[in-house]
Ligand binder design. Structure first.
Ligand SMILES: [Fe+2]
Ligand SMILES: [Fe+2]
Length: 407
């Protein structure tokens, strides 16, 4: 049994696992012999690899494949990262297992950012800044919403917006249009032939999907000036993209319509952190310093250091920009989704964020796996057994997307 990339699949290979599309629809069942028409169908539906019987392809990674010393080191390291969650909970237990294997395979060791300690007075001085109050009283000027995003937001709200109108707005920003075309031509969508215009992309993928995607991308681009000594922006982007991709796949697993909405929520879930890093660099350094030298979760320290968490600061920004309420709600509740107005959607972003932190894909500054909202997890009704496939799909899509964002 082995995983074979779809370009290397040969006729008459036998499937050793069901092949399902992003919406969990069965394309070909385990035990079937693959024919050339099936390979075509896999490509059309964006399947990147399949599991076949016999001595083909790459084995699914197992503990026995890893050098015992490395495995022990990474297991200990991963236990530390998981210290704020209950390792006996079935979802966490499965995520821990996958995380150890993923980190071993990708050589991810838990590295702490080494920001020089500010002296005690600085810590005290910066930690009393009530960022939440400053934003609420308009004492700091939040970034302007990009004009493209503003227009896209209007289009999103208009159920009768035409294909022509959407293409017109997107094409006003040549870099956005180019990026969107690269995304729709990637394995994120897996179309068999090239899509060469925004109008065609809108027709094929849908009005809401394209506008949502374009809106998310243009918002992320606002935060280009985060000081490099506070945050590695490419690592933050990786964390956000992976969270968006996982949210979209989890939404598809739950058969939710409009999965692009969840992609955007995942992409923007930690946007409040970007405000902290870009607009309050001194306080951010103090905060990161405290987080690096204690065992506390970053988002809990935010409360004591800044008077509010990144979830609230993100909510203020999205409210100021008059973005859809659901987006604001999912961002605000991504650490405690039980309280959300749409708990299922908020729980999806919550779970995606936990997965990304557990795997160590990029970073938004947090060192630990954030606690799982157990009530929300129970209500979500997902099986931990689905995690491995979900994560495999997500990492493939991430590889396709991240080069576009960072290029
Ligand atoms: Fe967060
Ligand atoms: Fe996050």
């Amino acid at each position: 049994m082995g995983m074979v990339h779809v370009d290397e699949v040969e006729v008459d290979m036998v499937l050793d696992d069901d092949v399902k599309d992003i919406n969990s629809r069965l394309l070909l069942a385990k035990g079937q012999k693959i024919q050339s028409k099936h390979i075509r169908i896999f490509k059309i539906w964006g399947i990147t690899e399949v599991c076949v019987a016999g001595n083909h392809g790459r084995e699914k990674i197992a503990e026995s494949d890893i050098d015992p010393e490395t495995l022990e080191r990474i297991t200990e390291d991963t236990k530390n990262i998981f210290k704020h969650v209950d390792l006996s909970h079935p979802a966490i237990k499965e995520l821990f297992r996958i995380s150890v294997l993923y980190r071993s395979r990708h050589g991810i060791l838990h590295t702490e950012k080494n920001i020089p300690l500010t002296n005690g007075e600085d810590v005290k001085e910066h930690s009393i800044t009530d960022v939440k109050k400053m934003i609420a009283q308009n004492r700091i000027k939040l970034p302007e919403m990009p004009s493209t995003a503003f227009e896209l937001n209007e289009v999103v709200a208009d159920p009768f917006a035409s294909v022509h109108r959407i293409a017109e707005v997107v094409n006003k920003s040549p870099s956005l249009a180019a990026l969107l075309l690269r995304i729709v031509n990637s394995s994120f969508y897996g179309f068999p032939s090239k899509i060469d215009s925004i109008s065609r992309a809108v027709t094929l993928i849908g009005t809401r999907e394209i506008t949502g995607l374009a809106l998310g991308i243009s918002i992320v681009n606002v935060f280009k000036d985060v000081p490099k000594d506070i945050l590695d922006m490419s690592s933050f982007l990786r964390h956000s993209l992976a969270c968006g991709i996982l949210s979209r796949i989890l939404a598809a697993n739950k058969n939710l319509p409009q999965t692009e909405q969840l992609f955007v929520c995942g992409l923007l879930h930690d946007i409040g952190r970007l405000i902290i890093y870009q607009y309050f660099p001194d306080q951010a350094k103090t905060l990161m310093n405290l987080a690096a030298t204690s065992d506390n979760l970053l988002y809990q320290l935010e409360n004591s250091c800044l008077g509010g968490k990144h979830t609230l600061i993100g909510k203020y920004l999205l409210k100021t920009w008059k973005l859809p309420l659901e987006l604001e709600d999912n961002v605000f509740y991504h650490h405690n989704p039980s309280g959300a107005h749409h708990p299922v959607k908020a729980t999806i972003v919550h779970l995606a964020d936990i997965m990304v932190n557990a795997l160590g894909i990029g970073s938004s500054g947090e060192r630990f796996v954030p606690p799982l909202d157990y009530k929300a997890w129970d209500n979500l009704g997902l099986s931990p057994g689905s995690f491995e496939t979900t994560i495999r799909h997500a990492t493939h899509q991430l590889a396709a997307l991240e080069t576009f964002f960072q290029g």
